[in-house]
Design a protein around this ligand. Structure first.
Ligand SMILES: *Cc1c(COP(=O)(O)O)cnc(C)c1O
Length: 369
């Protein structure tokens, strides 16, 4: 049986049907209906955060929160290239210039010792990524941001439910963006959110997702359309009931991977972060001096009908669309380049059986299968 790198969490068919039943009575399918409002309230509770604004996807949530920060057009934003295309694209599409900072080789988040050297009088913000659900060095980042008067927006697409020292990840920086895409730990089919503590952001975040419409005859803002529909919100309400179970099952999968792959020469896996409650979103493995290269392991798995992912390869600063971009160039972020050339994320989802994990590890270890 083939194994994909991920498999979306879904409630029972009957549970979803029950959840969407009211929509046939209300005939209210989108535009901040009852499901949307309920999911928003439940997420504020689950994420233990002041405000949640829901979006039709994580990318537009990120573009919208960047716009809400009112950063000067053409100003520079410090970020990392070891991320999904969305992070860098959102910065560029917002008329800002991404300045690429390298990552550290422990948890692959932004190397905070390299941030200050990149700050100029044009720098307006830092957009770090909690990559694989690993939390960035939030204290260092905040200190640097405060010293230089910069905004901090976290790409927390991977970090739903992660808690550090009792504080949910949604509370760090000026705002955080979450993705509820089908492949993420918590999904609303497509979907996303911004979390924030500053109440004054609420109006502009609302305006931006609904054409700036404030009343039947009042359009106060040049907004776009990024609303989460009732069907998406209904999926979220169902999935939220099960997300803790899903995370517990992911944990068992990750522990099995660790059991097989810890202490194998040439295979490097991330240590668990201290005082962090993980969501077990991804299981990245770095092949460095192993008997097979990353690409060989990828092919070996593929020939056994197992799909792993070169995540993140290529780096965003080596994308073709940025080849003429002045700040691009993977050689400027050597650690990120090194990891991107060697990393593979292994199949990981709640229903992956431990027997399948054993089989995947046997293939990687070159045992008879
Ligand atoms: C998934 C993801 C996004 C984009 O979210 P969508 O909901 O797919 O638009 C942004 N950043 C990172 C790191 C992601 O993994």
């Amino acid at each position: 049986m083939s194994i994909n790198v991920t498999r979306s969490s879904m409630p029972l068919f009957e549970e979803y049907c029950e959840e969407i039943k009211d929509l046939w009575d209300s005939r209210w399918l989108t535009n901040m209906g009852a499901k949307h409002k309920q999911l928003q309230a439940e997420l504020e509770k689950y994420l233990d955060t002041a405000y949640v604004a829901l979006y039709t996807n994580g990318h537009l949530a990120l573009e919208n929160v960047i716009a809400a920060m009112n950063l000067p057009q053409g100003s520079e934003v410090i970020t990392t290239p070891f991320t999904f295309a969305s992070t860098t694209h959102a910065i560029v599409r917002s008329g800002l210039v991404p300045v690429f900072c390298d990552i550290n080789d422990v948890d692959y988040t932004i190397d905070t010792t390299k941030i200050e050297a990149l700050i100029t009088d044009k720098t307006s913000a830092i957009i770090p990524v909690h990559v694989y659900g690993n939390i960035c060095n939030i204290d260092e980042i905040q200190q640097i941001a405060d010293k230089h008067g910069l905004k901090v927006i976290y790409d927390a697409a991977h970090a739903f439910g992660v808690v550090k020292n009792g504080v949910n990840v949604s509370n760090f920086g000026d705002a955080s963006m979450f993705s509820f895409h089908a492949t993420k730990v918590f999904n609303t089919i497509e979907g996303g959110a911004v979390t924030f503590a500053d109440e004054s952001l609420m109006q502009v975040l609302k305006d931006m997702k609904n054409f700036g419409i404030r009343g039947p005859e009042a359009v106060a803002y040049v907004g776009g359309n990024a609303k989460m529909s009732e069907f998406q919100a209904a999926m979220g309400l169902c999935n939220l009931r099960h997300v803790d179970d899903e995370i517990a099952k992911r944990k068992a999968v990750v522990e099995r991977y660790r059991f097989h792959l810890s202490n194998v020469g040439g295979i490097k896996i991330c240590a668990e972060q201290e005082n962090v409650k993980s969501n077990y979103a991804y299981f990245p493995v770095v092949f460095d001096g192993y008997k097979y290269t990353r690409d060989e392991v990828f092919e070996l798995l593929k020939s056994n009908e197992i799909v792993a992912r070169k995540y993140f390869f290529p780096l965003t600063n080596s994308f073709e669309c940025y080849k003429d971009y002045p700040t691009a160039g993977a050689e400027k972020t050597p650690v990120a380049q090194y990891i991107a050339d060697r990393v593979l994320t292994l199949p990981l989802y709640a229903d992956l059986t431990l027997e399948d994990v054993d089989r995947i590890c046997n293939v990687i270890l070159g045992c008879c299968v």
